[in-house]
Design a protein around this ligand. Sequence first.
Ligand code: SF4
Length: 254
Amino acid sequence: MPDATPRPDGGFLWESIVNGPVRSRRLGVSLGLNLIPARSKLCSFDCPYCECGFNTPRADGSRWPSPDEVAHALRRGLARLAASPDWITFAGNGEPTMHPRFPVVVDRVLAVRAELVPGTRVAVLSNGLAAGKPAIRDALRALDARLMKLDPGPAERVNGVRYDAARLVDGYRALKPYTIQAMVTRGTEWDGGSDASLAAWLPLVVRADPDGVQLYSLDRPPADPGLQNVPRERLEEMARAIRTALPRCHVEVF
Ligand code: SF4
């Protein structure tokens, strides 16, 4: 990737606020928005599979970009494209809702979209930890698509932190319509694709009541080289279990 810097742990960091456009497996042609301070990977999770690598301290001299800086970068990024992207996506080097003025950034980005590329949709990839806060929830709801994380397997291994998954999914219900993204991986002592992981995870998915679920396994080298792929056949079995439990949910395997 031309505008990304490799890291020693196998991840990479986007160098600027606007990156791409990239063709993603799940969104088509997407222009990325990275709200994280430069040369830093900041997330309220610390997933061992993260393609940005493990969390870092905030780099010396770096700061969160202001809403105006994000809007200006987006204008410039759109101006250099030959055609409008399918999507503008909040993603980048960590968790976008950690931006201290995330709701204002969303307002600015939606205004630029309306003015310059009204046919382009705006999405967010989020781990959902902040989705229960009213201001964050309302900002997420203002977007065209919300892709919220809910991975099977022990949270402290898969996501690097402990959290209350039941509370997380209760917050997700207020985001409808939305999609759950589930990364299915296995480590040396645990397996997100095991029957036990599926049995613990499926009731959470049902409680979360998503409109879509996207299941996938590793596509790029993970931050932790001990992680392994879960075979596609197993992802298909997990997808069938979700379709049985939630017949109206659109379930896809990537
Ligand atoms: S939630 Fe996303 S950005 Fe955060 S560590 Fe996990 S994969 Fe990386």
